[in-house]
Write a protein that binds this ligand. Structure first.
Ligand code: PGA
Length: 318
């Protein structure tokens, strides 16, 4: 049996009563609720009838709560507060059901980003997702222009006003064709490596930045034979005997080298890096975008296929 108040009072009356109690004025409460003052007075009167006692007392122009009014106000404030919390949570749930997620990633992240989105969309089937794949330099331009919701790149942008967090390893390894002279060697010196023709990613690539930085730290420069704007094209060029290259371990999937590509055992490699996900400072993230961010941080490691495959330098890529 619901209490008598539930049968006789309405939520709207409680809201009006709360506004009068907070403003200590019928006029100001009416203004804040966009109602006329008589409407506010009638609603408060009806509530007083339902309670059976006066809720306010007026001394001159001042309005204050009676003892019954104070009791009811404590309960009304709690109910209204709880309802407003639930309203926010329901809006969030709706966002998770039908929201948008615009993801932009560097070229190399295309090896795992679609799989990550696939798992995420499986959990939130009503959402819309878009995926933009481009190189690091262009991604940074998109971030400055605030085009997308989230950005994934091989390392956090330097000096940019942005928030980025690491979520998964992104090692860069040296690749050669399995018949290459260095294929069976151990602990190859970097000085030896730079004698080999090198196939380099294009200007603006994050992979290229990391590889050039490593060589530069050793006072060396690779002998670049060719520049290519695609990891797949580079793998084909390596297979075709045009030279060696250094690419993210993510570009190697079981079966794609069919035993014809090897990871060379070179000092300084793999270059240990982590994938980072982030957004420009001050950006307001929707619940859905935040959920995807958490998903990447907590679960993306399942997308690292080589972690347990025993694959190490000097062995052919299966
Ligand atoms: P890229 O970036 O695809 O532009 O080379 C990859 C990375 O930064 O690791």
């Amino acid at each position: 049996m619901p209490p008598q108040l539930v049968r006789r009072a309405s939520l709207r009356q409680l809201q009006i009563f709360d506004a009068v109690a907070r403003a200590a004025s019928f006029t100001r409460a009416a203004e804040s609720l966009f109602l006329t003052q008589p409407t506010v007075s009638v609603q408060v009167k009806n509530l007083e009838d339902a309670v059976g006692l006066p809720l306010f007392e007026r001394v001159g122009r001042k309005v204050s709560l009676t003892e019954a009014g104070r009791l009811l106000h404590a309960a009304a404030a709690e109910v209204l507060e709880a309802l407003s919390r639930v309203e926010t949570e329901i809006a969030d749930l709706k966002g998770l059901k039908t929201g948008h997620l615009r993801l932009a990633v560097v070229t190399t992240a295309k090896y795992f980003a679609p799989a990550a989105l696939g798992i995420f969309c499986g959990r939130h089937p009503g959402i819309d997702v878009s995926l933009k794949v481009t190189n690091r330099e262009r991604l940074l331009q998109r971030m400055v222009a605030n085009v997308d919701d989230l950005y994934i790149m091989g390392q956090a942008p330097e000096g940019a006003d942005a928030t980025f967090v690491p979520f998964m390893p992104n090692p860069i390894v040296v690749l050669a064709a399995s018949g290459h002279a260095l294929a069976g060697e151990r602990n190859i010196a970097m000085e030896r490596l730079v004698e080999e023709p090198f196939i380099m990613r294009e200007q603006g690539s994050g992979t290229r930045l990391a590889v050039e930085a490593l060589f530069a730290r050793h006072g060396l420069k690779p002998k670049v034979r060719m520049e290519l704007g695609s990891n797949e094209a580079i793998k084909q060029a390596v297979l075709g005997g045009l030279g060696i290259s250094a690419l993210s371990r993510h570009t190697l999937r079981a079966g794609d080298g069919a035993g014809q590509l090897v990871i060379l055992d070179v000092e300084g490699f793999p270059i240990v890096r982590h994938w980072h996900v982030g957004y420009p400072a001050g950006k307001r993230l929707s619940v859905l975008v935040r959920r995807f961010l958490d998903f990447l941080q907590q679960e993306a490691r399942i997308l690292v296929p080589w972690e347990d495959d025993g694959q190490s330098a000097g062995r052919p890529v299966p």
